[in-house]
Write a protein of this length. Structure first.
Length: 192
C-alpha cells in the first residue's frame, strides 16, 4: 500500500536533504501514530526528488493509515523545511510481503504466516568437514525477544535469532469457496 503527496516550489533552489536528519524528524511523528518507521530513501527523479517512507505496525497498516501518515509527514516536513525548496514527491507505503524478516518485530508481525528462512551455517570442528547450511520452511507460531518458534512439518522447532538468516513470508493461496474443479460433468466458464 502506498500514498503520494507532491511538495515544493521552485526547482532552482534546493538544498540536499540529509536522510539521517529526515529520519530524526519523521520517526517521532510516525511513533506518535503508533507505528514504526521502517525505511527512508531519497532519490532523484529528474528535477524532482522522491522521498520514500515505509511504515509498519503490529496490527498492520491500512490504506487509511497510509493516508493519515502521509498527511502528517507532509506537514512535518513542510514545517521544518527539511526537504529544502526543490520540489519533491512523498511516497508513504507499508512493507510488502517480500520484505525480509530480519528484526524481532518483523518476526512477531509474521506469527501465523508460513515462512522460508535460511539457517546460518554452524561451524564444525575441523575433523567433521565444512559447515552446514540449510533452509527451513514452517509456520511462525511464536516470536519473542529470544527467538522464533516454527511449526515445521507438524513439529515445533525453536531458533534463536543468531541462528536465522533473513526470513521470507511465503504466499499462500486458499481454494475458492465452492469451487470443485473442471470435472467431466462441470460446466466451463463459456457455458459448455
Amino acid at each position: 500500500m502506498h500514498g503520494n503527496s507532491r511538495h515544493g516550489s521552485s526547482p532552482s533552489r534546493g538544498a540536499s536533504a540529509n536522510p539521517e536528519q529526515i529520519v530524526d524528524l519523521l520517526e517521532p511523528a510516525v511513533a506518535a501514530m503508533g507505528m514504526d518507521l521502517e525505511d527512508v530513501r531519497i532519490t532523484s527523479a529528474g528535477r524532482r526528488r522522491l522521498l520514500r517512507v515505509v511504515v509498519d505496525s503490529d496490527g498492520g497498516v491500512t490504506l487509511d493509515d497510509i493516508a493519515l501518515v502521509s498527511r502528517e509527514l507532509s506537514a512535518t516536513l513542510d514545517r521544518a523545511a527539511a526537504m529544502g525548496e526543490a520540489p519533491y514527491t512523498l511516497e508513504v507505503s507499508s512493507p510488502g510481503v517480500d520484505r525480509p524478516l530480519t528484526d524481532p518485530k518483523h518476526w512477531r508481525r509474521a506469527v501465523g504466516r508460513l515462512v522460508k528462512v535460511p539457517l546460518r551455517a554452524q561451524p564444525r570442528p575441523a575433523t567433521d568437514g565444512p559447515a552446514d547450511s540449510l533452509t527451513v520452511t514452517g509456520r511462525v507460531t511464536r516470536a519473542d525477544s529470544r527467538g522464533v518458534r516454527l511449526d515445521v512439518d507438524g513439529k515445533s522447532r525453536e531458533f534463536g535469532y543468531s541462528a536465522l538468516g533473513p526470513g521470507r513470508i511465503q504466499i499462500e493461496f486458499a481454494p475458492l469457496d465452492g469451487y470443485a474443479g473442471d470435472g467431466p460433468d462441470e460446466e466451463g466458464p463459456d457455458g459448455y
